[in-house]
Design a protein. Structure first.
Length: 112
């Protein structure tokens, strides 16, 4: 599961690897908002898994960062879920993951 998720994130983030500038503000505008929204909907699954792992007492499982935005965004969300006890339900984790991803990706529209 982790390997396939990492592969998916790498494939999604590969076009962005050349545009990496150190912070989320440099994500190129050539990626349509629809793709960003679909990516953020998938990121919420990682947020739910992080909450489940945290509640079970499992150690934090981070993705290897390769310079692309996908693993960086997911790792940021995972770290925040582990650090913030107020993210205490699946609904809160899902909303936090989606909102954080949308903010970091710079989407102008957020889907429900």
């Amino acid at each position: 599961m982790k390997r396939s998720s990492l592969l998916l994130l790498c494939l999604l983030g590969a076009p962005l690897a050349m545009a990496h500038g150190g912070h989320a503000g440099n994500i190129p505008d050539d990626m349509p908002d629809a793709q960003k929204i679909r990516f953020c909907e998938r990121v919420r699954d990682h947020a739910l898994q992080a909450l489940y792992n945290r509640d079970r007492g499992s150690p934090m499982k981070l993705f290897e960062e390769d310079g692309s935005h996908g693993p960086r965004i997911v790792n940021h969300i995972i770290r925040r879920i582990y650090d913030e006890p107020q993210i205490s339900s699946p609904k809160k984790a899902e909303a936090f993951g989606r909102a954080t991803c949308n903010e970091m990706m710079g989407t102008r529209y957020t889907a429900e």
